[in-house]
Write a protein that binds this ligand. Structure first.
Ligand SMILES: [Mn+2]
Length: 461
């Protein structure tokens, strides 16, 4: 600006000017496109603005010259076209609902049979009782590959999820709880997923024994019924978490070849990176794994986000939506020491967030609830579906948002026999891993090993 002022040449556009018009023709086109009065207005404005800033630098000398000299006014700075057209249409942004969702299964009928076959194996009573399936690696590749276009087609924020839907919270590899949920809605010999819509709040893997079964089931259902089942992402669907908290070990344990196990692990994580972060049910209920974010929490902001998302701490919104927690009695927000990241939010922050997002209540998972569900301040509902989580005694729950928008919770009682059986299964595995001849069962899944891990027992849920 200093140089500008001392040269006193306000129309100066050197050849090196990056916005310079490249030909005479272009210049003429541009100028003739403006009405004379418009042109003058632009010139006057540009000159005036420059003069104001110059006068501060140069004691008003330049200002005097500019405002009194008509000739200078005509030589005033005119914006040059840069080749881009700035189309700002607020209405379009307000109503944009992301990429076009794939609403119908694109599978051929023989492919559908294949996926149904896999589902039959997963929901067979032996598997529900705890037997792990060694899926063919090709089948896993097939399923994780098939689900990708469906997940990719969904925006980061799915805004058009309808009423009459069941919201399912954290599962953590507990296939028998997922089976119970689907059984609740089975009708006329049809499985639950063909009779009801479901929205899952994430944390499908880690801790429990059958994360691979849970994930294969949910992905198979997604490709068969893309508009009946919605899968949101939890903090455990990030590779740095599920490499350490059970899922990675589970895969390593099932597949002898390191290269095979590694490929399977990455195929799942590629799909996870394309899971949506949040959904709005019936234009009223905001749903995400942790609840809300304190950063730029508007629908527009989330519409502007792209997948795949690789890291849960790469940006503030993702980090909050994966890790935050509500805190009774807290005013404002504070660092979340228990999770070692993100925040605790109080009632005032929640209200502000809901106002910005234009919703009336929030559904979240992420926190184990002794009764299966929690109700904070009558507007923030926690749904946790895994019963007896991590050898605990908690019940599980799901929420049904009925066709009129009313919310009903269903509690899954803990089954003591099942819980005892589950710990027995763990004990057997524990013994087998002591066998020096069994190289691939070195890690237990979802128990003792994890407690010694980083962050302590309750740091990750
Ligand atoms: Mn969680």
């Amino acid at each position: 600006m200093g140089n500008f002022a001392s040269s006193n040449d306000f129309s100066s556009t050197s050849d090196s000017d990056m916005w310079a018009i490249s030909s005479e023709e272009e210049a003429e086109d541009y100028v003739s496109g403006l009405e004379t009065s418009e042109l003058r207005a632009v010139q006057r404005q540009a000159a005036g603005a420059t003069a104001t800033s110059v006068s501060q630098v140069d004691g008003g000398v330049a200002t005097q010259k500019l405002t009194t000299n008509d000739q200078t006014e005509q030589k005033g700075w005119v914006p040059k076209p840069c080749g881009f057209e700035a189309v700002v249409n607020d209405d379009e942004w307000e109503t944009w609902a992301g990429p076009q969702r794939i609403r119908e299964s694109k599978l051929e009928s023989y492919q559908k049979d294949k996926f149904r076959e896999i589902l039959d194996r997963i929901f067979h009573k032996d598997t529900i009782m705890g037997a792990k399936i060694i899926f063919e690696p090709q089948d896993i590749e097939h399923v994780t590959g098939a689900v990708l276009p469906y997940l990719e087609s969904e925006p980061v924020l799915i805004e058009d999820v309808p009423y009459d839907i069941v919201i399912v919270g954290d599962l953590h590899g507990q296939l028998y709880d997922l089976d119970r949920v689907f059984r609740l809605y089975a009708k006329d010999g049809k499985p639950g997923w063909e009779c009801m819509k479901f929205l899952f709040l994430g944390d499908y893997v880690d801790r429990g024994r059958q994360a691979l079964e849970v994930m294969m089931a949910l992905f198979c259902i997604k490709v068969l019924h893309p508009d009946r089942i919605f899968l949101l992402r939890g903090n455990h669907e990030f590779i740095d978490i599920n490499a350490n908290w059970g899922f990675g070990f589970d895969i390593r344990e099932r597949y002898d070849k390191l290269a095979t196990a590694c490929a399977i692990f990455h195929q799942f994580n590629e799909a996870f990176a394309n899971l949506s972060l949040a959904a709005i049910v019936g234009n009223s209920y905001f749903c995400s794994h942790s609840g809300i974010s304190l950063a730029g929490f508007t629908r527009r902001q989330l519409r502007g986000k792209y997948k795949p998302i690789m890291f849960s701490d790469g940006d503030a919104i993702t980090n909050d939506l994966m890790w935050a927690d509500p805190a009774q009695g807290l005013k404002g927000s504070t660092f979340n020491k228990e999770r070692e990241q993100s925040c605790f939010f109080g009632f005032d922050e929640l209200c502000l967030a809901m106002e910005r997002m234009e919703v009336i209540a929030v559904f979240r998972g992420h926190s184990m609830m002794q009764e299966g569900y929690g109700n904070t301040w009558n507007v923030c509902y926690t749904v946790f579906t895994a019963t007896g989580y991590d050898k605990g005694t908690n019940k599980g729950a799901i929420a049904h948002v009925d066709p009129t928008g009313k919310v009903h919770f269903t509690v899954l009682e803990i089954n003591p026999k099942r819980a005892a059986f589950e710990s027995k299964l763990r004990a057997v595995e524990y013994i087998s891993k002591e066998d020096p001849n069994v190289k691939t069962t070195r890690f237990d899944v979802g128990s003792g090993y994890i407690k010694g891990g980083r962050g302590g027992k309750d740091a990750v849920e």
